[in-house]
Design a protein around this ligand. Structure first.
Ligand code: APR
Length: 245
């Protein structure tokens, strides 16, 4: 049975689960990041105002981790990039992840709604700069030259996610919404499925049922490196161009 028409646009939402098999921790699993450190201490504007050194140390460690040669895009990232390049109706990948694994897999039309570890932002002039090194309160902004306000280009709790208008437009026109590797516990991303259900087919690919599983037309459980390539093959069909599936 055809899943959707070949000219139907697809929106894919990804979360930390898609990067788990690349060696990056998720947030809410038993061994997740929030089991080791409190959100209030490292991932809010108030935390940064109170103790910028501690917040920089938290993100510096995560930025160093994505620079580790052992951390590479996995089969799920590569399958999504292949789908995004081959699907006739176009694919928008909206990721909650701040790692650069979708980027390194060559994913076109990629939106980082929670920002990116590999970029820094000046709190004074707003300039966003590619950044691979550690950040500190002494770091001077490459654009305005002032120190003391450089922060990770990451969206903290209580801040607005990025590119929400672009995301809303993609959701409005999609015929298929696929959620991959997210617990469905943080809004607005967790609300996307409710926005599109009824007018787009909705599929969840996750290790286990998420908080929003019951809202999806179809749920497929298993590790991303297995279920995502299988799903992409189903969409693209034997000729790899979306001619059946
Ligand atoms: N394959 C597929 N799914 C997996 C795998 C895997 N190998 N390992 C874990 N998962 C699933 C978990 O079952 C869980 O449902 O990935 C999901 C990860 O959920 P979270 O840890 O909550 O991460 P995420 O949903 O991305 O969090 C959303 O919360 O803390 C904020 O800004 C942060 O972007 C993050 C947001």
């Amino acid at each position: 049975m055809r899943l959707i028409a070949r000219d139907a646009p697809i929106v894919v939402l990804t979360g930390a689960g898609i990067s788990r098999e690349s060696g990056l921790a998720t947030f809410r699993d038993a061994d997740g990041i929030w089991a080791r450190v409190r959100i209030e201490d490292v991932a809010t504007p108030e935390a940064f105002a109170r103790d910028p050194g501690r917040v920089h140390a938290f993100y510096n460690a995560r930025r160093r981790q994505i620079a580790d040669p052992a951390v590479q895009p996995n089969a799920a990232h590569h399958a999504l990039a292949r789908l995004a390049r081959a699907w006739p109706g176009g694919v928008t990948v909206v990721t909650q992840n701040v790692d650069d694994l979708h980027d390194r897999a060559g994913t076109p039309n990629l939106i980082h709604m929670h920002g990116e570890l590999a970029k820094a932002r000046c709190g004074r002039c707003g300039a966003v700069t590619p950044w691979r090194d550690d950040l500190s309160v002494e770091t001077a902004c490459p654009s305005c030259g002032r120190a003391g306000a450089m922060r990770p280009h990451v969206v903290w709790f209580g801040e607005m996610p990025l590119a929400m208008e672009e995301i809303a437009a993609a959701l409005d026109r999609c015929g298929l919404f696929v959620s991959i590797g997210t617990s469905g516990s943080v809004y607005p991303a967790a609300g996307f499925v409710a926005e599109v259900r009824g007018r787009a087919r909705t599929v969840e690919l996750n290790l286990e049922p998420s908080e929003g599983s019951r809202l999806f037309d179809e749920t497929i459980h298993g590790p991303a490196t297995r279920v995502v390539p299988d799903f992409v093959n189903r969409l693209l069909g034997p000729d790899g161009r979306g001619s059946s599936g």
